[in-house]
Design a binder for this molecule. Structure first.
Ligand SMILES: [Zn+2]
Length: 193
């Protein structure tokens, strides 16, 4: 097992530095390292590790992007894969961001993307696209925390025959158990001091 250089927990973020060395991080230590290398104060983004919303428990993480700081919540469950995120300005602190994220989770849980009884997508929602070696096309689609094979997604979409699907792709976080391989030169430069 590869160990985080900062804290000793298992590492899932592997950064090839400009020097050619590889820095190994767990997600929380990666987030702090990535924000500090841009001149941001990572202590500003300290947040509750867990959020409890409507009887479900979520792990919280943050990552800095060009457009701001993305706070993510991933459900602590082996059966359900609910995940939500919100983007806040660099000035927002972790406590305020977590409060906003809680609202996003609450809204998401109360307004699912799929009407399961009708097996029909609602008018608005989101779908995560994951890798799955067992699927014919190597893909898995996660809707409201439930994984669907590509064939099942086609069945779901068929209920919307005659409609137009507008889309907007967004960065998301790695699916549980996966690893992120990153090159330092692809990360933003310290442009937000
Ligand atoms: Zn760590």
């Amino acid at each position: 097992m590869i160990i985080c250089h900062s804290c000793g927990n298992p590492a899932d973020h592997h950064v090839t530095l400009k020097s050619g060395e590889i820095a190994e991080f767990c997600w929380p230590c990666y987030s702090d390292w990535a924000s500090e290398r841009r001149g941001l104060d990572s202590t500003r983004y300290k947040h509750p590790e867990k959020l409890h919303v409507l009887g479900r428990t979520f792990s919280v993480h943050y990552d800095t992007y060009d457009e701001g700081v993305v706070f993510s919540a991933i459900e602590d469950s082996h059966r359900s894969f609910h995940s939500f995120s919100c983007t806040v300005p660099f000035e927002t602190d972790g406590t305020a961001a977590a409060a906003q994220l809680r609202n996003v989770i609450c809204h998401g849980l109360k307004h699912p993307s799929l009407n399961k009884e009708a097996s029909m997508l609602e008018d608005e929602g989101f779908i995560d696209i994951w890798y799955d070696e067992k699927d014919d096309h190597g893909l898995l689609f996660v809707i409201d925390g439930t994984p669907y094979a590509s064939k099942e997604l086609l069945n779901i979409l068929s209920c919307r025959e005659g409609w137009r699907l507008e889309f907007r792709f967004r960065d998301t976080f790695p699916q549980p158990g996966s690893h992120w391989h990153i090159r330092e030169e692809h990360l933003p430069e310290d442009d937000v001091k």
